[in-house]
Ligand binder design. Structure first.
Ligand code: DQA
Length: 138
């Protein structure tokens, strides 16, 4: 099974960015743990701060992966383009958020991803990625 994790803007700063909200572990180290835990799954990781690059990656992964785990970060709340990209592909997308977006500012309760996602996992810290992988194994 091939699963892609796609992270959006500012998630390259995990570990140092607002650690009280996002924790103090960087994603590179966490990704290594995921690879170790899920040895039988081919995991791929892509991060970009650029909306169009995220859309291009979703289109590519929509043809050659079994699933996509997407944290579109701030673009979750604004991007019609990313929402449309998910509609355009057949591969199931799990929307994840490290923080509980419903417990924060009102604008974070809007998502252009959710209507087209297979499911949503939010608010469990970095473990949301682990839980999303597990959801593909059910
Ligand atoms: C986030 C929540 C978003 O509202 C925010 O813009 C992010 C990260 C999360 O993982 O909790 O950058 O997607």
């Amino acid at each position: 099974m091939k699963i892609s994790i796609i992270n959006g803007p500012n998630l390259n700063l995990l570990g140092s960015r607002e650690p009280q909200i996002y924790g103090s572990e960087n994603f590179t180290s966490y990704f290594k743990k995921l690879q170790k835990k899920f040895r039988d799954i081919e995991l791929f990781y892509f991060q970009s701060n650029i909306e169009g690059e995220l859309i291009t990656q979703i289109q590519k992964d929509g043809t050659n992966r079994n699933g996509i785990i997407l944290n579109a970060a701030a673009y979750t709340h604004t991007s019609v383009g990313i929402g449309d990209a998910i509609k355009a592909i057949q591969v199931p997308v799990i929307e994840v958020h490290i923080s509980n977006t419903f417990a924060r500012e009102k604008f974070r309760t809007t998502s252009f991803i959710s209507p087209n996602a297979k499911g949503i996992i939010t608010g469990f810290g970095l473990q949301v990625y682990d839980l999303a992988i597990q959801s593909f194994l059910l």
